[in-house]
Unconditional design. Structure first.
Ligand SMILES: [Fe+2]
Length: 393
């Protein structure tokens, strides 16, 4: 059997956000694999089955079929709270978003992150084109997959693309391979959200993907807003005790969707919900997300009174956008607009990932690119007596 065809970055240059288009692209990619294997006489039949019947089946199933059941942590059993190991003084975490494109670029980013030997690695969502089982397999599970697994484990969030196939492969195929090693056993990730913590920091992965896609008619009447479902809110309240004034650890939220943006539609609803959960104990947080394929850092921005230091790191594996923001460039702290090349006459930037190093109350972040160059660094410090998070200059 011939070697399976990898994808090329230029296949993704003008990829849109409609489910229809993304299903078509997945079918086309599968047809390409079959065509590489098949003799000429089989190609027409394969074309019909995969491209027309296969496409219609998968598309209609995803649009009108049932979404995968929402998974959450039942009280008293799995908590979804994972501990950073105490073994080393510094815990190193690789954050990759919009990375799973199965291209030479995503392979390279995966290899660089792996070479730095992360303790943990986290994907902030979007497996292209539709989070199908084969796409989860090719990016994360196959022996040739380039996902950089952390020494202690890996965790994953869902984006909108995983939900284009109802989240089936995200929940059934990907999550059972995600989790954290604790002692001799591995605690697998049982829901689309999680917390990874130590005595100074909490990294809270939020699921905004599940509520980012709706049924065809409902989508028009009530556009999806990426809200946190009540099961997730209960977990934040009753498991993480987010409003506990005695817990003043630094908080880093991770999500696929942006709570605000200077470039595209943002989804402030989760920030509004979190703001209410914090109650009187509102304090600045770091929040890192993807969805937009670029590297941007913003000044502190309040969404529903929640002060957010926002970082968009969606430049993991897709053609990187480098266009200028429409308005208000003053609120940008950094934005990597370097041109790497042109693909189909579109200028694209440098892929990359975020490298977080936690040492007690200190957090150093390096934003590394596809050549393993550090593009930007920043340092943060949390005072766990007051809960104040400040940037160290
Ligand atoms: Fe997305």
């Amino acid at each position: 059997m011939a070697e399976k065809t990898k994808r090329e970055l230029n296949e993704y240059v003008d990829v849109g956000h409609s489910e229809l288009e993304n299903h078509l692209r997945t079918q086309n990619a599968q047809l390409q694999n079959v065509a590489d294997d098949a003799d000429a006489s089989r190609k027409l039949t394969d074309f019909l089955w995969l491209n027309i019947f296969g496409f219609a089946y998968h598309y209609l199933k995803s649009r009108f079929g049932l979404r995968h059941a929402y998974q959450y942590y039942p009280v008293g059993e799995e908590t979804g709270v994972f501990k950073m190991p105490l073994e080393n003084q510094t815990t190193q975490i690789a954050l990759l978003s919009d990375w799973a494109s199965d291209t030479p670029e995503s392979d390279r980013i995966g290899a660089i992150a792996a070479a730095h030997k992360p303790d943990f690695s986290i994907h902030l969502g979007d497996i292209y084109f539709v989070g199908a089982p084969s796409e989860v397999h090719d990016n994360f599970i196959s022996p040739k997959a380039s996902w950089p697994r952390g020494k202690w484990g890996s965790l994953a969030l869902s984006g909108n693309h995983e939900m284009y196939s109802n989240g089936d492969a995200f929940f059934k195929t990907l999550l059972p391979t995600m989790g954290v090693r604790q002692g001799d056993s591995v605690s697998t990730q049982k829901a689309g959200f999680f917390c990874l913590e130590n005595e100074y920091w909490r990294i809270i992965g939020l699921d905004t993907g599940y509520t980012s896609v709706e049924r065809p008619l409902i989508e028009i009447l009530s556009p999806p807003n990426c809200h946190l479902r009540k099961e997730q809110l209960n977990w934040l309240k009753n498991q993480l005790h987010l409003s506990n004034p005695n817990d003043r650890r630094g908080i880093i939220f991770l999500s696929h969707h942006p709570p605000f943006s200077l470039f595209r539609k943002a989804f402030p609803k989760p920030a509004q919900q979190l703001s209410q959960l914090f109650g009187d104990f509102l304090r600045p947080v770091l929040w890192m997300w993807g969805h937009e394929h670029r590297l941007v850092g913003y000044q502190e921005t309040k969404v529903a009174k929640l002060p957010i230091h926002g970082r968009c790191i969606g430049h993991g594996g897709m053609p990187v956008e480098i266009d200028a923001p429409k308005i208000d460039t003053d609120s940008i702290v950094f934005y990597d607009q370097r041109k790497r090349k042109s693909l189909r006459r579109v200028d694209v930037g440098y892929n990359g990932f975020a490298w977080l190093k936690f040492t007690n109350e200190k957090l150093d972040i390096e934003y590394r690119d596809i050549e393993d160059k550090i593009v930007v660094t920043e340092s943060w410090e949390v005072d766990i007596k007051t809960g104040i998070l400040k940037k160290v200059l």
